[in-house]
Design a protein around this ligand. Structure first.
Ligand code: FMN
Ligand code: SF4
Length: 435
């Protein structure tokens, strides 16, 4: 099973991003079967496949689609989330670059299943090359009758629009994306209502990640049960795992879920570069960091990540070797999140920048041990108290870095000095001395 390729099967074929070549290698072959099925049956197959969203949250895709109100009189929209801005995450771009027709085929499948006739691809602004390739592929698909009116004589109409972002990470959050598509500031909306009920132009909308949508044609062609047999019970199918940081061969590999992480690390990115493994950010910068010890029994699956109190996230892993200064590494993350907060919620707007300023104080050796506890306290007061998950995306790495690598942080801070009689009191009361 290790060799099964669903998302990257045409990557090694020269010019597979051109329609003529892609067609020779199976592009759009799911459509005949798709149009012979009822939309509800496609949703059922995707439910059976147990496909989970690859954008970060891992929400079951078929279940999300079934939340669209059955009796809606409003148009239904599909938004393809191609914003890919989470640090450490860089695999959606290769689908758009090497096999844009797979994404378009996935959009046709998904739109048909959810009874949508209009789909938008929201592509990260910096992805200029991918935007150009996707524009050309869409034009080819339109001319060949795969997009537009009465696709392949099926009676089904679908328009696909390509929309470029303007460089804001928050526009990857699904309701920020919707606001931005509507021409407003990309500020997330309070949920509920969730987009499946009230999304783009206040109509039912499904937002799905590029890899999620690109997985659908295989499921339609081969059936949900066949997909569910790949991987593990709770992590079905394949994913493209991207690896950056201190490895001998950074890159990306499509694999079924379930491989032991340390085996994967040796076999694909060819092991840690410049020393022993110190830490792993497993699924994009917002997922809690793991120590080398925790990686011993880690598997590439949603359930193994959860058992280690972290997340599979986007599948973008960042490997850090034993010489990594975890304080400096965390500082790059807090800087990013404080820059990217949209500013609507006080705990996020103030919290992210406060954490970032505290890290400056620590790096400048101005802080005391008390400020390490403050980092945790601020993080605790950010998570779950805001409109979207960006605040948690900053709080989770901060908490995990400081608790798991406290000795790195202690090298920078001064122990707090308190009067001798206070020390005696604390010893008697069994309290920590440096507080
Ligand atoms: C701050 C923030 C940024 C996000 N950025 C992205 C992104 O770039 N791409 C993406 O697919 N999902 C991103 N997400 C997740 C989306 O909100 C949403 O869950 C996802 O697009 C749903 O697709 P899926 O079910 O196929 O995973 C982000 C979430 C947050 C909170
Ligand atoms: S959590 Fe942060 S990014 Fe999300 S809506 Fe609130 S202020 Fe904006």
């Amino acid at each position: 099973m290790e060799n099964i390729l669903i998302l990257t099967k045409r990557f090694s074929i020269p010019n597979a991003n051109q329609l003529e070549v892609a067609l020779k290698h199976g592009a759009y072959s799911s459509l005949e079967k798709l149009f012979s099925m009822k939309p509800e049956d496609v949703v059922e197959e995707v439910k059976k496949s147990n496909l989970k969203g690859r954008g970060g949250a891992g929400f079951p895709t078929g279940l999300k689609w079934s939340f669209i109100p059955k009796d809606t009189k409003k148009p239904i929209y599909l938004c393809v989330n191609a914003d890919e801005s989470e640090p450490g995450t860089f695999t959606d771009r290769y689908i758009m670059e090497y096999d844009p027709h797979l994404l378009i085929e996935g959009i046709i499948n998904t739109s048909y299943a959810i009874k949508s006739h209009t789909a938008y691809i929201y592509i990260r602004g910096e992805y200029v090359k991918q935007y150009q390739i996707l524009s050309r592929a869409l034009e080819e698909a339109r001319k060949a009758g795969y997009v537009g009116k009465n696709i392949l004589g099926s009676g089904y109409d679908l328009d696909i629009w390509l929309h470029r972002g303007a460089g804001a990470y928050i526009c990857g959050e699904e309701t920020g994306l919707i606001e931005s598509l509507e021409g407003k500031k990309g500020q997330p909306r309070i949920k509920p209502p969730f987009p499946a009920v009230e999304g783009l132009f206040r109509s039912p909308t499904i937002v799905n990640n590029v890899k999620t949508i690109a997985s659908v044609p295989w499921i339609v062609l081969n059936g949900g049960e066949a997909y569910a047999k790949i991987g593990t019970k709770d992590s079905t199918g394949t994913n493209i795992f991207g690896v950056s940081g201190h490895v001998n061969q950074p890159g990306y590999w499509e694999l079924p879920f379930g491989m032991r992480f340390l085996e994967f690390l040796e076999k694909y990115p060819k092991g840690v570069k410049g020393g022993k493994l110190k830490a792993l950010i497993p699924g994009g910068s917002s997922t809690p960091v793991l120590t080398a010890e925790e990686c011993e029994d880690l598997y590439l699956s949603y359930e193994s990540m959860l058992a280690h109190k972290t997340f599979l996230g986007t599948g973008g892993m960042i490997v850090m070797n034993e010489h990594t200064d975890m304080v400096k590494a965390l500082k790059t993350l807090t800087r990013f999140y404080s820059e990217e907060s949209c500013g609507q919620c006080t705990p996020c707007r103030e919290g992210t920048s406060w954490l970032d300023r505290l890290l400056d104080r620590i790096l400048n050796r101005e802080a005391t041990t008390k400020e390490l506890d403050l980092l945790i306290e601020i993080s605790d007061n950010m998570e779950g108290k805001t409109i979207c998950a960006l605040a948690a995306a900053c709080a989770m790495p901060v908490r995990s870095f400081v608790t798991k690598f406290r000795s790195d942080f202690e090298k920078y801070v001064k122990p707090i000095s308190i009067p001798v009689h206070k020390v005696a009191e604390k010893i008697i009361q069994k309290e920590p001395i440096a507080s």
